[in-house]
Ligand binder design. Structure first.
Ligand code: OOG
Ligand code: NI
Length: 393
């Protein structure tokens, strides 16, 4: 019998391959990695949470256009030990998409390789211009975002129940193609501008051969220091850090990013090439804190809405007694569980600063539709609170 590679090993190899691809394509991301390594080195490893996985920790994000793309990518991620967790309705922030995060769901899986991918699906029903909607849908229907060899390999892994060690390299290379940048658009400049004027996300999702990775995010232990260093090194950092304020006891997730680059694109029009630009790719950093219970999350959302966190206890003992955060019992007492997921309000803030829309949120007459998302995905998403509860005690 052949030796099958473990899903965690495959996930880590994919994460490393994607990181080198992105470093090559977006050199500023390399600078970001240097900053994070520098900052994390200044922190005592004995004090650091999840010290072992820190250096390799990151997430990425892509936006796909069709149900078939979403369900197929879910099958590939499944082979990498990444399952959909949570449903994020981004229509509340004026974005015509809904999302999930593919990630390992067990403590062991997270320990072995914590890589995750925030994945959004376009909601064409939220495009109120019907001719534009039809044009978007027919453009999306014509493209194939997966290399043919990837689909062949995927079928064979699914029927064999695993991937041989010596075939892993090829599988990863085929999957990487889905995340590559395309400097030639698949629509004319005029069509691109039509999509863009309707919503910048629409032009990003529809105009290219594939759903290019739009950012990668290493994890830092001191985001305030890292943000300062980003400025010193000449990266155009966002003005504010998304998420909770700086605290003694970090909770959830704090994030910041450097603004997306404007990149040259060629658009074909009756056999001639026209030059244009597209703004999509950026780099982000994040600092992770404790996972909150539904009660804690409600309190967080309330504090965020009124921009005042004085009601949120900044003491582990109190947070545990009041059932605000999840804890695990260890030999040295209680240890908070790390939040492994995302925050829709923060995501919307990151989206906005990268779509060149620093102003008001556009409103969309829309409601969450988890059922439609799960139908497109081909399976239900995990409930994140259930996953944390299972690991807490
Ligand atoms: C995804 C934004 C969400 C995060 O860290 O909250 C995200 C996107 O820009 O496609 O990655
Ligand atoms: Ni992100």
């Amino acid at each position: 019998m052949k030796n099958y590679i473990s899903k965690s090993a495959l996930r880590q190899r994919f994460s490393d391959a994607l990181s080198s691809l992105y470093r090559k394509e977006v050199p500023a991301y390399g600078t970001l990695l240097e900053i994070v390594a520098e900052v994390n080195e200044t922190i005592d490893p004995n004090q650091a949470v999840d010290a072992a996985r820190l250096g390799q920790e990151r997430h990425g994000a892509i936006r796909v256009g069709t149900a078939n793309d979403l369900s197929t990518i879910a099958r590939v991620f499944d082979q990498l030990g990444m399952e959909p967790v949570g449903y994020y309705d981004l229509s509340v922030a004026g974005l015509p998409i809904h999302s999930t995060a593919f990630r390992p769901v067990t403590a062991k899986g997270l320990e072995e390789s914590p890589f995750r991918m925030f994945t959004s699906l376009l909601r064409p029903e939220l495009i109120d211009d019907s001719s534009l909607r039809e044009e978007a849908e027919s453009t999306l229907a014509e493209r194939n975002i997966f290399a043919p060899e990837l689909l062949t390999q995927l079928k064979s892994i699914e029927s064999n129940g695993g991937l041989a060690e010596d075939e892993a390299e090829n599988f990863i290379l085929s999957f990487l193609k889905t995340f590559q940048w395309h400097d030639k658009a698949q629509v004319s400049l005029e069509t691109y501008n039509k999509f863009k004027n309707h919503h910048p996300l629409l032009s990003d999702i529809v105009s290219f051969q594939g759903p290019h990775i739009n950012h990668l995010t290493p994890r830092t232990l001191d985001i305030d220091l890292a943000q300062e260093k980003m400025r010193q090194r000449g990266l155009k950092a966002k003005d504010v850090i998304e998420g909770p304020p700086k605290r003694k006891c970090p909770i959830l997730l704090r994030q910041t990013a450097f603004k997306a680059l404007s990149e040259d694109i060629l658009f074909e029009e009756s056999g001639e090439w026209k030059r244009g630009t597209h703004t999509a790719r950026f780099g982000e950093i994040e600092q992770r804190g404790a996972a909150l219970t539904p009660k804690g999350r409600e309190l967080y959302d309330r504090c965020l809405a009124k921009k005042d966190f004085s009601d949120f206890p900044d003491d582990w003992e109190i947070m545990r007694k009041q059932d605000i955060a999840y804890f695990r019992k260890t030999d040295n007492g209680f240890e908070p569980l790390t939040y492994e997921d995302f925050l829709p309000v923060s995501a919307a803030g990151i989206f906005r600063s990268n779509l060149g829309e620093d102003g008001e949120i556009q409103t969309l007459k829309a409601t969450a539709n988890q059922e439609a998302f799960e139908t497109a995905l081909g399976r239900p998403v995990h409930d994140m609170f259930a996953l944390y509860s299972a690991q807490a005690n």
